[in-house]
Design a binder for this molecule. Structure first.
Ligand code: SF4
Ligand code: SF4
Length: 198
């Protein structure tokens, strides 16, 4: 099979670490993969830049092309989407990402699209499947759903060996706050455990 008769797939990528293994999986099924960074709610902006850069590094190492990224979205768009989803922030997040990816796939002539979210054990895969399929129907492109969570550890190891930036929180301002709160709690516990008994 040549590059010309392989089906083209647009892979929505939210950063570099998961891309390494997801790209390899789809290439193994005969797809011609093109990546596209879209991560509309990453906070703070410096983090957005780091993740986009990690994907650029990964694309060079993996030898896949990337479509140019969109301009950074306004932070309030995510908050409006969360409100519209009744406060269920991850659903809102999946919808923003996957609708944008379906629309991009349609505009660029891809018959199918998928997402690197499918390898994360921290995400709700069933919600991702539903959201991706609905987005695909809306824009007339097929959503390729796959559950690659068993390969997550392998993907992280590969990402580290490629020297990619690997973040330690999901990405939005809520997850950033949760990380800070957990850190503060650990510090309080440490101080308490080190204090002399009364
Ligand atoms: S926790 Fe992660 S998946 Fe959920 S809204 Fe935040 S960035 Fe999106
Ligand atoms: S699921 Fe998380 S780690 Fe994986 S590409 Fe998306 S943001 Fe990055």
């Amino acid at each position: 099979m040549t590059g010309n008769d392989r089906e083209r797939l647009l892979l929505h990528c939210c950063c570099g670490p998961c891309a390494a293994t997801v790209v390899q999986y789809f290439a193994g099924t005969g797809k011609q993969v093109t990546g596209w960074y879209y991560n509309p709610n990453i906070y703070p902006p410096e983090e957005m830049r780091l993740r986009r850069q990690a994907l650029q590094q990964a694309s060079i190492a993996l030898g896949i092309p990337l479509l140019p990224p969109e301009p950074d979205p306004e932070p309030y768009e995510f908050l409006l989407a969360v409100a519209a989803e009744g406060g269920v922030r991850c659903r809102a997040c999946y919808r923003l990402r996957l609708e944008a990816a379906a629309r991009k796939a349609k505009e660029e002539g891809f018959p199918a699209f998928s997402t690197t979210l499918s390898i994360s054990p921290y995400q709700d895969l069933e919600a991702i499947r539903e959201t991706g399929e609905a987005a695909g129907e809306k824009y007339g492109v097929r959503f390729e759903f796959v559950d690659l969570r068993k390969k997550h550890r392998e993907s992280l190891e590969r990402a580290r060996s490629l020297g990619l930036y690997c973040q330690n929180y999901c990405g939005c301002m809520f997850s950033d706050l949760e990380r800070s709160a957990a850190r503060a709690l650990r510090a309080v516990r440490k101080v308490k455990s080190a204090a002399p008994a009364e």
